[in-house]
Structure formats: C-alpha cells, structure tokens
Design a protein around this ligand. Sequence first.
Ligand code: NAD
Ligand code: UD1
Length: 361
Amino acid sequence: MRILVTGGAGYIGSHTCVELLGAGYRVVVVDNLANSNEESLRRVQEITGKGLTFVKADLLDRAALDALFYEHPIDAVIHFAGLKAVGESVYKPLEYYHNNITGTLALCDVMRSHGVKSIVFSSSATVYGDPAQIPITEGCPKGEIMSPYGRTKGMLEQILTDLHTADPGWQVMLLRYFNPIGAHISGRIGEDPKGIPNNLVPYVSQVAVGKLEKLGIFGHDYPTPDGTCIRDYIHVVDLAVGHVKALGKMMGAVPKAGAVADSIKGGIGTSDRDAVGGVWVYNLGTGVGYSVLDVIHAYETANNIKIPYEFKPRRAGDVPVCYSDATKARDELGWVATHTLEDMCRDSYRWQSANPRGYEG
Ligand code: NAD
Ligand code: UD1
C-alpha cells in the first residue's frame, strides 16, 4: 500500500514515516517545509534503509496536489500538515483557519476526485478543553476549546465526520494525541522548534544543552499534589506506532450498514463514535499523568544533569490536569505505549545534544 503523509517532514510525521517504512508501506510525503527541514526525510531514509518520495508543495496548491495524486496512486492519507503554535494562533487566527481548515478541505476534495477516501487525522486532547472527567475517555464531551489552533482541530473532526455522513465510503480515523515528546532512539530525528520553544520538554532540552538559562514553570498553585500541572506525556515513537496500528484497522474495515443514519443522530464529541462504522476516535496517550516537576526530575535522573528552574505565574489557557484513559486503543488497536518517562527524557536529550541547532547544524 502507498500512503500519502502530509506534513511528513515534521516532528511526528518523520517518526511515523520510519514506522510506516518499517512495516512495509510505501510512503509519499507532501510538505511545504513551513515548519520543517527536508533533512529530516533524508535521515528517515538513512534510519530505515528504505526510500520514500518527497513532493514539496502546499496543501493549498490544488494543482500540485492533483498532480501528486495522478503521479502516485495513493491508498490512504495520514494528515499531519498544519500550523500548531497555540499562542501564535491567538494572534493569527485567519492564517491558522486558512492553513489548517482550507488546506484540509483542498486535500479532501482532491482525494475525493481521485477516489481516495481513507484519512487518518491528527487531532489533539485539546478538543476536551478543561476535561469533564479524568482519566479522559473518548466518550468525554468536548469542552470549551481554548485557542484558534485547538478550534481548528474540533472543526476538522466535525468536517471529516460530515464527509463520512454524506458518503459512508469515507474511512475517517480521528487520533487525539496527548503530549508527544522524545525522539527516535538513533538521535537522528527529533523535534526541531523554530525560535524559543513553547512546549515543556523542548524548552527543558535547550536548558540541558545550555542554549537557554533556566526553565520557567508556569504556576505552582494548581490543585495537584505538587502544585504543577499534570499531563500525559507519550513517546513520539509510540505515537508513530499507534498510527500504523490505526491505519491497519481502518484499511481492514468496511463501513457498517446504517452508518449514515447513526452518524446523523449523534453529535461528534458527545458520544463514542466507534458505533458508526467509518468514523473512529482514539486517544493516543499512556493513561498516566506526570507533573511538570516529575518531568524535570525524570529528565535529571535519566541524563544525570541538573535543570535550573524558577516558578512563574500560570500560563493562560493551561488546564490543571489532563491525561487519557488509553484502554480503547489497547483493546481495539492492540496498541499500548511502551516507553517510560525516563526513556522519553533520555531520547529527547540524545537528540538535542547531538543536534544542538536541530537540522540546521
Ligand atoms: P510539525 O510542525 O513538526 O509538522 C507539521 C508539518 O506540516 C510541518 O512539516 C509543516 O511544514 C507542514 N505544513 C504545515 N502547513 C502545511 C501546508 N499548508 N502544506 C503542506 N505542509 C504544511 O508538527 P507536529 O508536532 O509534527 O504535529 C503534526 C500534527 O499533529 C499537527 O497537525 C499538529 O497540530 C498535531 N498535533 C501535534 C501535537 C504536538 O504536541 N506536537 C499534539 C496534538 C496534535
Ligand atoms: C500544548 C497546547 C495544546 C497542544 C499541545 C501540543 C497550550 C495551552 N496547550 O499543550 O493545545 O495540543 O501543546 O502542541 O498551549 N510548561 C512550563 N514551562 C514551559 C512550558 C510548559 O511550566 O516553558 C508547563 C505548562 O504550563 C504545562 C506543561 O508544562 O503545564 C506542558 O506544557 P506544553 O508542553 O506546552 O503542553 P500543553 O500545554 O499540555
């Protein structure tokens, strides 16, 4: 099978390409390199010893997408491409809605015109807002989403579900990621944020290699055991393997009779969508929550270094506690995250110390 990976040069996309190639899929990547470097794909091929096809194009460029589908017969799409900086999205809502939503609409339209109706979509735990239950099952209602970025995820989940409602031939896999961190064990590919990192572990890694002086911990007065926020950190390689499992499930599935009527009855996010044949929702997390201080201590232990930090005021939009119930993916995809928090911290540091300037140096 030939899989089109949009945004495949990026952080999660590149790790997923490694796992897809390892599992015997053929891979075509489309990426505009807005937040990535083609070097990541060279290294994916180096790690796997297998080739892939790279097409540098923007999803908003329909003619380029159309040409890609003509040239490469595609069986299914894993759709990572999108802008993802939460804070930036507040100041650039038009850019985020245009890139993420219009880009996905263009992609789906071109897919449809080429008879490709299977898509795995990168959603996020952000759709649960301040979650109504902990741990978070897929049946947890969607909450108030805190940013334009997050709202693009909620809207795209709905749009892709509507596509299946209109044509049950569509296979739609919505994967809600918790907090991906870590890097491939080779240290050759990893997260390469542009500028000062917004997310915790990339920031810690840059402190660890001396690029940044000290970490600011946003808030230590939360209603948690040590006062810092709790998240479900998942190794990016586990996440990538989860995509291969989800793809396998989706491609083996046939929509059930009555799926259209069922999907019209239920509103997405208010119930578990697994009942509706061609739309699936899975949390991809470990099911375990760690605090910011837990992460710092694990990073220090795993790498035998000290991470200087200071407490700062809370960051707007942060929820105190967010971690998954990961049993549905285990039971239905046969997938569980196997890496520990220390593995994640060790692999993040290996990547950062071997590539202090990311793919640039
Ligand atoms: P990333 O920025 O490393 O990868 C996204 C890739 O998409 C980049 O290579 C970028 O150049 C490309 N891209 C963006 N817009 C494009 C367009 N219009 N046309 C073609 N290519 C385009 O991000 P990532 O961390 O690998 O995330 C991948 C996906 O997972 C994103 O959709 C993101 O929102 C989602 N997600 C990420 C996280 C996380 O913590 N990293 C959590 C939840 C969901
Ligand atoms: C953030 C986004 C979320 C997105 C996810 C992946 C927000 C509010 N949420 O999740 O929508 O899906 O990234 O891109 O931006 N922290 C510090 N100091 C730092 C950085 C982070 O203390 O310098 C803390 C945060 O307050 C949080 C935890 O570390 O408690 C994790 O933060 P982060 O890595 O940014 O992920 P999320 O906020 O969970």
